[in-house]
Design a binder for this molecule. Structure first.
Ligand code: NDP
Length: 247
């Protein structure tokens, strides 16, 4: 049964923590029933679902490695069985390991392609035929597409691919009343950004934006909520950079 005030259902990939958890929390606050996808972190995913339910929202957790098309299909089937359909897909799951093109090994390359590029492709392939009329697809890109700093080559390449698919799918869905957009955050205070970086590097990246702070997961969730809600209905085929002015 979906929420009666807002019957819409949002599936957020990689929602157990970081930006995805903020997006799921915000969409639940806006009345969406949320499907919290995660890869391995069942404890955090279940805790988030419990917190949302405690606040009066409705949430379901769904383990699936987004790079596995069969697992994604099972997750989609389960969400449809539980709630009758999906209205909003947020492709948030992602990985980032930094290395120069010279030093990065094949495993780093393959993992990025699998999670960051094949993952959104797997979900968008289903969304293209099964998202409900009036639906929204929101992909997480990154402002590294534009900044092009050393060591971000493979990661930036996957996000550039996500932006390309965003533009193409928006056109392919002509006539379906479904918008497809991307949000491209700048440095945002999550494990993905902070882990493994020396404090000096974090400090200098913090100062890069004219607003002189790191992004917070909520900053990104606000932009996603705009695209998912009625105010965003005329935005289609766009990439919106949410980065405090870094580029
Ligand atoms: P985190 O590392 O904090 O969280 C990553 C999330 O993705 C977790 O929920 C994780 O699940 C999930 N995940 C990872 N791999 C898979 C997989 N194969 N299948 C399903 N879920 C998976 O990342 P952020 O919150 O920082 O990033 C979210 C998105 O925002 C990413 O696409 C990232 O590229 C993008 N982004 C982030 C920026 C930043 O500075 N943080 C800047 C620009 C873009 P689990 O907990 O189970 O491991």
């Amino acid at each position: 049964m979906s929420n009666q005030n807002n019957p819409k259902v949002a599936l957020v990939t990689g929602a157990s923590r970081g930006i995805g958890a903020a997006i799921a929390t915000r969409l639940a606050k806006d009345g969406f029933t949320v499907v919290i996808n995660y890869a391995g972190n069942v404890v955090e995913a279940e805790k988030l679902a419990a917190d949302i339910e405690k606040s009066g929202g409705q949430a379901l957790t769904a383990q699936a490695d987004v790079s596995d098309p069969a697992a994604v299909a099972r997750m989609w089937d389960a969400a449809e069985a539980a709630f009758g359909g999906i209205d909003v897909l947020v492709n948030n799951a992602g990985v980032m390991k930094l290395a120069t093109i010279a030093d990065g090994d094949d495993a780093l390359f393959d993992t990025h392609i699998a999670v960051n590029l094949k993952g959104p492709r797997n979900t968008m392939k289903l969304a293209a035929t099964r998202l409900r009329e009036g639906g929204r697809i929101i992909n997480l890109s990154s402002s590294v597409v534009g900044l092009y700093q050393p060591t971000y080559g493979v990661y930036a390449a996957t996000k550039a691919g996500v932006e390309a698919m965003t533009h193409v799918l928006a056109k392919e869905l002509r006539g379906r009343n479904i918008t497809v957009n991307a949000i491209a955050p700048g440095p945002t205070a999550t494990a993905l950004f902070l882990d493994g970086k020396p404090q000096g590097v974090i400090d200098s990246l913090t100062k890069l934006a004219p607003l002189e702070r790191l992004g917070r997961p909520d900053d990104v969730a606000n932009a996603v909520a705009f695209l998912a809600g009625s105010d965003g209905s005329w935005i289609n085929g766009q990439v919106i950079r949410a980065n405090g002015g870094i580029i």
